[in-house]
Design a protein around this ligand. Structure first.
Ligand code: 9WO
Length: 257
């Protein structure tokens, strides 16, 4: 997977490139990241990337041409670097108008050749660049950021940790909230040492060594937590036929009579 980023702030991406699970995976060449600064694709002495909005209004708008030239340069670079497997990748604008990014999107990104992310700044991006060059818009949710970079990093993190070999314990990504082994339910609570913390212990089943009981307790915790916090996810899992009879019996037992 190769991620190209068009951004005025390439330094921000050292976080995802150099640190933690994603940093280790990058070191192991499980994925590649390349940043492209639209300022390097300007043609005036001031290296201008923004201008005032037609029609007036506050703030500045990112100019189309430096962004377009950056995307052209990325396509050339991708064609040269992957001469044999030039799988086309989407040009994605991070925007609150986009499709909601979820675990299924993260999975698709992780199983693809990557994406070209456009990180907007200022009040927005010239619409003509979006119309001509952008294939998709992806959103993290209904809020406004000062730029697309932080959203891009969240999506990159969600995808990279799914790459084979990215996690130390091959298991643990399959155990996360929203992942398949949990039927799309929230994960159960976690505990570690010390066994007693300010006089509060650890659920005794976790100390019992009985792995069947531990698995059943965790499943029941997931069901109860999800029913309380995200009943929509319970309905989704039921509609997908992911509940056993034992799951349904336990959910029934949680309902007030
Ligand atoms: C901002 C905006 C606000 C209301 C309606 C539409 C909008 N589009 C944009 C937009 O594309 N903004 C650019 C990127 C430039 C300003 C900062 N940007 C941005 C991206 N702010 N917030 C996001 C974002 C991205 C993904 N998920 C949530 C928010």
């Amino acid at each position: 997977m190769r991620i190209d980023l068009v951004t005025l702030f390439p330094e921000m991406f050292s976080a995802v490139r150099d640190l933690g699970v994603t940093g280790r995976a990058h070191l192991n060449a499980l994925w590649a990241l390349k940043t492209w600064n639209p300022r390097d694709y300007t043609q005036d002495v001031h290296r201008t990337v923004d201008d005032r909005p037609y029609g007036g209004g506050p703030g500045m708008v990112m100019m189309a041409e430096p962004l377009s030239r950056a995307v052209v340069a990325i396509r050339e670079d991708r064609a040269q670097t992957h001469r044999l497997s030039g799988e086309p990748v989407p040009v994605v604008l991070l925007s609150p108008l986009g499709q909601p990014f979820d675990q299924a999107q993260a999975n698709r990104l992780a199983q693809s050749a990557g994406a070209i992310f456009i990180c907007g700044r200022y009040e927005g991006v010239d619409q003509r660049f979006i119309d001509r060059q952008v294939n998709e818009q992806w959103s993290l949710g209904d809020f406004v950021l000062s730029g697309g970079e932080v959203a891009a990093m969240a999506m990159i993190d969600a995808a990279v940790r799914l790459l084979p070999g990215a996690l130390n314990h091959g298991q643990s990504s399959a155990q996360d909230s929203f992942q398949d082994s949990l039927s799309g339910l929230l994960d159960s609570p976690h505990y570690t040492r010390p066994e007693s913390l300010a006089n509060e212990g650890v659920p005794s089943v976790l100390l019992s060594g009985n792995h069947a009981n531990i698995a059943r307790w965790r499943r029941e915790q997931s069901l109860a937590l999800t029913l309380e916090k995200r009943p929509d996810l319970i309905e989704q899992a039921r509609a997908r036929g992911l509940f056993t009879q034992a799951d349904e019996r336990y959910l029934q037992s949680l309902k007030p009579v």
